[in-house]
Design a protein around this ligand. Structure first.
Ligand code: GDP
Ligand code: MG
Length: 239
């Protein structure tokens, strides 16, 4: 399957080359790094390391992911997302896509809870937030997720069916909820996770933690309690 990796990046010049260097190129047709207004050398380093760099002026993790999706070549069949901070192990990409290639899943979440997270790589607030979000999704959507990890793979058709929209921190949980709503086959595989290079923008900051925590809970509440559905969303946006 023609595979593209999308990597949202905000000032990750110390790590982007390492991230790109570990991705098994024989399995991947293209790597898109989304420069979300970097003020360092991330874009140059990503280009040097063989990625296609596209820019998104609107800040936010989801906005960057959406820009990456808008730049997929039309024949892409499989899409992988991962972070730019060298926390995810790109070398594990074959394990992540295996259930899709075997025809057994449409969406695969790399779970750091089932896998090996290096001590300190997942901060206590991130662990707590993941556990709480997964508990709420289990209660409201009757599916047992163990993580909201960024390293994930899906078919392009699954991605299209989910109609992703969140511009920032709600991105991962929105995807996991919509996957259930549209009836995708979802699975998790254990992945490793290492301490990031450079400076954390989300869970390593008070602002990021509060912003992400609030947005994740609000997203679950909207879909689970207010019953905002994908269909309603599509009506509103005209898509
Ligand atoms: N495009 C984009 N990427 C972001 C933004 N904030 C964080 N990132 C990227 O998203 C990933 C996760 O952010 P990170 O700071 O590592 O969050 P943490 O893992 O929770 O500490 C990294 O690859 C960042 O470069 C943002 O506003 N826009
Ligand atoms: Mg990180």
């Amino acid at each position: 399957m023609k595979t593209t990796v999308i990597i949202p990046a905000l000032n990750e010049e110390d790590s982007i080359g390492l991230v790109l260097g570990d991705i098994p190129r024989d399995l991947v047709s293209e790597i898109i790094v989304v420069d979300n207004g970097c003020t360092d050398a991330t874009a140059e380093r990503a280009t040097q390391a063989g990625a296609r760099v596209v820019s998104e002026a609107r800040r936010g993790y989801g906005s960057a992911c959406l820009r990456g999706i808008a730049n997929l070549s039309p024949d892409t069949e499989l899409v992988v997302f991962m972070d730019a901070d060298y926390s995810d192990h790109g070398g594990e990409l074959p394990d992540l896509v295996a259930p899709i290639l075997a025809g057994e899943a449409d969406l695969v979440i790399g779970s750091r809870m089932l896998g090996n997270a290096e001590p300190g790589a997942l901060l206590p607030q991130a662990r707590f937030g993941n556990r709480l979000a997964c508990f709420l999704m289990r209660v409201l959507f009757r599916h047992r997720y163990t993580d909201l990890g960024p390293f994930r793979a899906m078919t392009k058709s699954a991605l299209d069916r989910m109609g992703m929209a969140d511009p920032n921190f709600g991105w991962t949980v929105e995807m996991q909820i919509k996957a259930l709503q549209v009836g995708l086959r979802v699975t998790e595989v254990p992945v490793s996770y290492r301490c990031r290079r450079g400076v954390s923008k989300i869970t390593g900051t008070v602002r990021g933690t509060i912003g992400a925590g609030t947005k994740i809970l609000w997203t679950i509440f909207q879909y689970g309690v207010l019953r905002k559905s994908l269909v309603q969303k599509q009506d509103r946006t005209g898509r």
